[in-house]
Design a binder for this molecule. Structure first.
Ligand code: ATP
Ligand code: MG
Length: 569
C-alpha cells in the first residue's frame, strides 16, 4: 500500500485499498488457519548480488511480517553448489539490513536441511512415491512429452522399493558418476502440468559445496527443496513470483505425500523495469565482461549499485510501496524510481552550489582582495535546516552553458551586455568576452552592481535568469560522474535472433567530468553524503572519494520525467 493510500484509509477509517495478499492473510487470521501466526521469508539464491526486483520481494515479505506483528526469515537457498557464494551471502545480508529490515536470529541455509531432505526423500521411496531413474537427461526430456502430448513412463518406474532405497543410498555414497542416475517423484506422466510428470528430485553432482564441503554428491532440485524449506521453517505465507504458480501443485503434492506442515503459497507479479535487465545471470555477464565496473556500479539495477548511486533505503521502500502488488506482469517506468528519490531528497538534501562545466568570470569593478560571506539557504523546503555562508570574490566560475555569445531566442541567461542574477550574490552584467586563439570563449569580463547584494535589486529592476556560481579561489576541485541509462532500448532483451542484447548498451552511460568546482563547504564531504547541487540534480559522494580527489555521483538530475508522464495521463 502506498503512503498516500494509507493516509486515505486513516482519514476515512476504512481499509479499501488492501492488496490481495493482505486480503488472504486477513482471511487466514479470521479462520485461524495458522493459529494467528504470520511468518514469511525472503529466500535468495546466493548466486549474485540482489537487484531492485529483490528489493520489492524484501519489502513485501519483511513488510507483511511487520504489519501483522509476525516474523520474517532470511533464508539462503543454497541447494546449488556454487563458487563465489561467500561474497554473495555477505552482500545480500548487507543489502537487506541497509533496506532497513532485521531477520534477528532467523538466518537459515537450505543446506542445513540436506540431511532432513534426504530423509524425506527416503520416506517417499518407502511410500512408493519416488524412484531411481537411469534415463539420460536427454531421454528424460523425450519421455516427458509436450504441452499437447502426454509423456511416457520411464522403464525404471516400477523398480521395487528395496532396489530404489539401495540405489538412492549408493547415489549418496558416491558410487555413481555425475548424471548416471536421478531420483524422481512418481506422480503422473500424463498430467497436463508438465511439472507433475515425474520431476527430478535429486541429481548426482560430485561438487563441493561452500557450506557442506564434500559431504554430499547428490543435490536436491529446487522444486523438491523449496517447499520443504518453507515447511521446515513453518512459514505461513510463502510469497513468490508468478512463474512459480505452475509449480505450486508439485510443492503441495510433496508436502501432502509426506504428511508434513503445509504453508500457503501466494504468487505476485515480479517487478520489471524498462531500460535495464534484471536477471542475476545477465547482470553477472555485464560485470564479468567489463561493461560495468562491478556489481555496485552506479548504473546497475542492483541494490548495491543504487546505494552507490545515491539512493536511500526510504526511497526504495517508497518505490516498492508505490508500485504495489499485482497479479499480472507489467513493466514499471524507471522514471518512477527516480521520482521517489527526488521527492525525498527535495525535502532532505542540503542545497549546495557546484559548477560542472566551468567558465571563468572576472568582475572587474569588484576589489581584488575582497571576500564577502553571502548567506545561502540550505533547503527552502525546510527552514529548520538553516543557512550557511558562501564566499563571493572577484573571480568566479559559472556554468559554461549559462552563457551564449549570440543568444538564441529563448535563451535568457548570460550574454554580452546582458544582466543576470548570481544566486545569493549580486546582479552581474557581461561586458567583454575573452577567447583563446581557436576562438573559444575562455573568460567573461563582467561588472556587478553593489546595490544588489544578496541577489535583489532595490530599484525593482528585473533580470530573467538566476545562475549558480562558485568563488574561484575558494572552490574545491572534484570529479563528478554523470550517468545515463545503461541501455538505449526500453526492453534491452527484445532483439533479433542474430543480435546480442548487449548491443543495446548505451556507450555514453557514464561521463566523468574533471575538474568541477564545488563550493568550499563541500570540502569535507564523506562517502555517502548527499546533496542537491542547485539546478543540476541530486548528488552523493562516491566511495572512490578521498582527500586528494573528491568524487561525486549524480544520482538523478532535477527534471522529473515521471511528473511529466503523470501530467499527460
Ligand atoms: P533472478 O532471475 O533475477 O536471478 P531469482 O528469482 O532467480 O532472480 P532468487 O534469488 O531466487 O532470484 O530470488 C529470491 C526471491 O526474490 C524470490 O522469492 C523471488 O521470487 C524474488 N524475486 C526475484 N526477482 C524478482 C523481481 N524481479 N520482482 C520481485 N521479486 C523478485
Ligand atoms: Mg533463481
Amino acid at each position: 500500500m502506498s503512503d498516500f493510500d494509507k493516509k486515505e484509509d486513516e482519514k476515512t477509517g476504512t481499509a479499501t485499498s488492501r492488496n490481495f495478499i493482505e486480503l488472504i492473510i486477513d482471511e487466514d487470521l479470521k479462520t485461524g488457519k495458522y493459529g494467528g501466526r504470520v511468518h514469511t521469508r525472503f529466500p535468495p539464491e546466493p548466486n549474485g548480488y540482489l537487484h531492485i526486483g529483490h528489493a520489492k520481494a524484501i519489502c513485501l515479505n519483511f513488510g507483511i511480517a511487520e504489519q501483522y506483528g509476525g516474523l520474517c526469515n532470511l533464508r539462503f537457498d543454497d541447494t546449488n553448489p556454487t563458487k563465489e557464494e561467500t561474497e554473495y551471502i555477505e552482500s545480500i545480508k548487507e543489502d537487506v539490513r541497509w533496506l532497513g529490515f532485521d531477520w534477528e536470529d532467523r538466518l537459515y541455509f537450505a543446506s542445513d536441511y540436506f540431511e532432513q531432505m534426504y530423509g524425506y526423500a527416503a520416506d517417499l521411496i518407502k511410500k512408493g512415491k519416488a524412484y531411481v531413474c537411469d534415463l539420460t537427461a536427454e531421454e528424460t526430456r523425450e519421455y516427458r512429452g509436450t504441452l499437447t502430448e502426454p509423456g511416457k513412463d520411464s522403464p525404471y518406474r516400477n523398480r521395487s522399493i528395496e532396489e530404489n532405497l539401495d540405489l538412492f543410498e549408493r547415489m549418496r555414497a558416491g558410487e555413481f558418476p555425475d548424471g548416471a542416475r536421478v531420483l524422481k517423484a512418481k506422480i503422473d506422466m500424463a498430467n497436463p502440468n508438465l511439472n507433475m510428470r515425474d520431476p527430478v528430485m535429486y541429481r548426482i553432482l560430485h561438487a563441493s559445496h561452500p557450506r557442506t564441503g564434500d559431504e554430499w554428491c547428490i543435490y536436491p532440485m529446487y522444486d523438491w527443496a523449496h517447499g520443504l524449506e518453507d515447511s521446515i521453517e513453518r512459514i505461513t505465507h510463502s510469497i513468490c513470483t508468478l512463474e512459480f504458480e505452475v509449480h505450486r501443485p508439485l510443492y503441495d503434492w510433496f508436502l501432502e505425500q509426506l504428511g508434513v506442515y503445509r504453508p500457503q503459497q501466494i504468487e505476485f507479479a515480479r517487478l520489471n523495469m524498462n531500460y535495464t535487465v534484471m536477471s542475476k545471470r545477465k547482470l553477472l555477464e555485464l560485470v564479468k565482461e567489463g561493461y560495468v565496473n562491478g556489481w555496485d556500479d552506479p548504473r546497475m539495477p542492483t541494490i548495491s549499485g543504487l546505494r552507490r548511486r545515491g539512493y536511500t533505503p526510504e526511497s526504495i521502500r517508497n518505490f516498492s510501496d508505490r508500485i504495489g502488488i499485482a497479479k499480472a506482469d507489467s513493466v514499471v517506468d524507471i522514471a518512477l524510481l527516480e521520482h521517489c528519490l527526488r521527492e525525498e531528497q527535495n525535502l532532505r538534501a542540503q542545497r549546495m552550489m557546484a559548477v560542472l562545466h566551468p567558465l571563468k568570470v572576472v568582475i572587474e569593478n569588484y576589489p581584488e582582495d575582497k571576500v564577502e560571506e553571502m548567506e545561502a539557504v540550505n533547503n527552502p523546503e525546510d527552514e529548520s535546516m538553516g543557512t550557511r555562508t558562501v564566499p563571493f570574490s572577484r573571480e568566479l566560475y559559472i556554468e559554461r552553458e549559462d552563457f551564449q555569445e549570440e543568444p538564441h531566442k529563448k535563451f535568457y541567461r548570460l550574454a554580452p551586455g546582458r544582466e543576470v542574477r548570481l544566486r545569493y550574490g549580486y546582479y552581474i552584467k557581461c561586458e567583454e568576452v575573452i577567447k583563446d586563439e581557436n576562438g573559444e570563449v575562455i573568460e567573461l569580463r563582467c561588472s556587478y552592481d553593489p546595490e544588489t547584494r544578496g541577489g535583489w535589486s532595490p530599484d525593482g529592476r528585473k533580470v530573467k535568469a538566476t545562475l549558480h556560481w562558485v568563488s574561484a579561489k575558494h572552490a574545491v576541485k572534484a570529479e563528478v560522474r554523470l550517468y545515463d541509462r545503461l541501455f538505449n532500448e526500453e526492453n534491452p532483451l527484445d532483439v533479433e535472433e542474430d543480435e546480442n542484447w548487449k548491443s543495446n548498451i548505451n556507450p555514453d552511460s557514464l561521463k566523468s567530468l574533471y575538474p568541477c568546482y564545488l563550493e568550499q563547504n563541500l570540502a569535507e564531504s564523506k562517502a555517502g553524503d548527499r546533496f542537491q547541487f542547485e539546478r543540476l540534480g541530486y548528488f552523493c559522494v562516491d566511495p572512490d572519494s578521498s582527500n586528494e580527489r573528491l568524487v561525486f555521483n549524480r544520482s538523478v538530475p532535477l527534471r522529473d520525467t515521471w511528473k511529466k508522464i503523470q501530467a499527460k495521463m
